[in-house]
Design a protein around this ligand. Structure first.
Ligand SMILES: O=c1ccn([C@H]2C[C@H](O)[C@@H](CO)O2)c(=O)[nH]1
Ligand SMILES: [Zn+2]
Length: 132
């Protein structure tokens, strides 16, 4: 799937954000190994710590449908500056990352940057650390 098409899906998902506390909308789209794309938005909660980020919403939808490996993930938050995944999402992304997974961080369909996992999460804690 083309990068712009994945960003477009993330942008559409951002419209669904439930963020009455921060008023900050984020959308994500994951392309999985089975060729399916799953989308997610951030979902906030009056108990702030119960908030779920857009990336994790998308990944958990994918995994709960049986998909396991992320080929690419697109993320769109602010249109003024690039919105990077938070630390918790970086860890969750690493659990399901394909070895050459791309992380696409977009302001819009024209302005985006592409990162590898190693660039945003060097030295991850993985199943290898648990001898799994
Ligand atoms: O990469 C990010 C960064 C933040 N958020 C959400 C969480 C919260 O609802 C709001 C403000 O932190 O943005 C995401 O969904 N993804
Ligand atoms: Zn996050």
């Amino acid at each position: 799937m083309e990068i712009k098409a994945l960003i477009y899906k993330a942008k559409e998902a951002r419209e669904k954000a439930y963020s009455p506390y921060s008023n900050f909308k984020v959308g994500a789209a994951v392309l999985m190994e089975n060729g399916e794309v799953y989308t997610g938005c951030n979902i906030e909660n009056a108990s702030f710590g119960a908030t779920n980020c857009a990336e994790r919403t998308a990944i958990f939808k994918a995994v709960s449908e049986g998909a396991r490996t992320i080929k690419a993930i697109a993320l769109i938050g602010s249109e003024e500056e690039f919105t990077y995944p938070c630390g918790i999402c970086r860890q969750v992304i690493s659990e399901f990352a394909d070895e050459d997974m791309k992380i696409i961080i977009a302001k819009n369909l024209e302005e985006y940057i592409v990162k590898n996992l190693d660039e945003i999460l060097p030295g991850p804690f993985t199943k290898k650390d648990l001898n799994k």
